[in-house]
Ligand binder design. Structure first.
Ligand code: SAM
Length: 278
């Protein structure tokens, strides 16, 4: 019988955030696939768990993925972890999940620490609708193209960013989204120096140009404001009045209904109605 793949999230800063279920899964798995085995070994030592580790990272993921799939098909259970946070979210693992799904292997994702959700929750931005944009490219042209494609995006946007690229990214965002767009810079989440700076793109750029950024960042950027509703032209109101009058409605009711429908003051519509012969 085939085994299973478990996706095990690990703390993004605070070791206390590992859940009981994650511990048990790491203990019970036949082996652990880890992004950096040295990082995972530290976590396992902290948890008092001894387990066989295989490395699975960006540059070996194709052939290591095949080996892992083989082992699972032969009955072993694998727990996949990344260096921090939820595996497969801007982390190696996405391809392994695809490979396992294609091989008919059951994949179980354990909920837990994830930088996107932690940042979004604390950001103070609208959370009803959001899109996760991951890391922007290091190449200026593709970074600009990516941002340009989001110019009209109305949902809150979440980006991962490395500190050494932060000011370049903020400068590009100022150009694309405008200097006054609201942004929450969520830094070192769950760690000792956790900080959330809620400001505008231009202010954030000024601050981090003066004082180079340190630590891990998630940027939560407000979506584009809704386009302003075009003002109702008097001609629209007059046309609607005529329609209602032609349909046999009384002058008083036609004024009332037009004012309601077009959200205009009743007096304004009444004035327009005076131009229409009885
Ligand atoms: N899979 C992980 C997750 O979803 O939580 C993310 C891995 S990704 C390679 C690493 C990025 O996540 C960092 O560059 C940073 O943008 C963000 N990140 C991770 N831990 C963070 C923390 N404690 N505070 C702020 N951002 C963090």
């Amino acid at each position: 019988m085939a085994g299973m793949l478990y996706l095990v999230p690990t703390p993004i800063g605070n070791l206390g955030d590992i859940s009981q279920r994650c511990r048990e899964t790491l203990e019970q798995a036949d082996f652990i696939a880890a992004e950096d085995t040295r990082v995972t070994l530290k976590l396992l030592n902290h948890l008092g768990i001894k387990k066989s580790l295989v490395s699975y990272y960006e540059h070996n993921k194709t052939f290591k993925g095949e080996q892992i799939v083989e082992r699972i098909l032969s009955g072993e259970t694998c727990a996949l972890v990344s260096d921090a946070g939820s595996p497969a979210i801007s982390d190696p693992g996405e391809d392994l999940v695809k490979q396992c799904a294609a091989a008919g292997i059951t994949v179980c994702a354990i909920p837990g620490p994830c930088a996107v959700i932690t940042a979004l929750s604390i950001s103070g931005q609208s959370t009803g609708r959001f899109c996760f944009e991951g890391f922007l490219s290091t190449a200026k042209k593709s970074r600009r193209e990516h941002l340009e494609s989001l110019k009209e995006e109305r949902r809150t946007m979440v980006f991962y960013e490395a500190p050494h690229k932060l000011t370049a990214t903020l400068a590009d965002m100022v150009q694309t989204f405008g200097p006054d767009r609201s942004v929450s810079l969520c830094r070192e989440l769950t760690k000792l120096h956790e900080e959330v700076i809620r400001s505008t793109l231009a202010q954030a750029l000024e601050q981090y140009t003066a004082q180079p950024p340190k630590g891990e960042f998630v940027l939560v950027v407000a979506g584009a404001p809704a386009p302003e509703k075009p003002e109702t032209e008097p001609a629209d109101a007059e046309a609607r009045l005529r329609e209602l009058l032609d349909a046999g409605m009384s002058r008083k009711d036609a004024v009332k209904q037009t004012a309601q429908e077009l959200k205009l003051p009743k007096n304004t519509v009444y004035e327009l109605a005076l131009n229409i012969p009885e």
